[in-house]
Design a protein around this ligand. Structure first.
Ligand SMILES: [Zn+2]
Length: 136
């Protein structure tokens, strides 16, 4: 699409220039550009990405289930000499739940994670911010 000069109406064949004529900024051809004051059209200032909304160390860290939970649960259970069935009975879940957790097919929710932590004397919760460098 051809650009036309906003002053003389002729087609602008070269790079259009913007000039200020009587306070109005017009896109003009090269010959008309001499009639006004050249202006540099600034691109709209882009705001950078918003600064991190949650500064580290201020809010209570969000806890998530340790990605290593499968090994932690299995090792702790075996250390206690418990079968999956026995552990399941202790914490009142089906042995299949323990099996799923240990195989990684089921990620324990916070309640189950805390229960397992209590009975297995292990830590299954880590601060979400500690995992960020690996997760991103
Ligand atoms: Zn012109």
């Amino acid at each position: 699409m051809a650009l036309t000069c906003e002053v003389c109406g002729s087609q602008i064949k070269t790079a259009p220039s913007s000039v200020e004529i009587d306070g109005a900024i017009l896109r003009v051809c090269q010959s008309c550009s001499k009639r006004g004051r050249p202006v540099t059209v600034q691109p709209r200032i882009q705001r950078g990405p918003a600064p991190h909304l949650m500064p580290r160390g201020e809010a209570e860290p969000e806890l998530v289930v340790d990605p290593e939970y499968t090994q932690i649960v299995r090792q702790a259970r075996e250390k206690l000499g418990l079968t999956q069935e026995a552990l399941g009975r202790m914490i009142n879940v089906k042995s299949s739940v323990i099996s799923h957790v240990e195989s990684g097919t089921m990620k324990p929710d916070m309640v189950l994670a805390r229960t397992l932590m209590h009975f297995l004397k292990v830590n299954l919760l880590v601060s979400a911010s500690d995992l960020e460098p690996e997760a991103r």
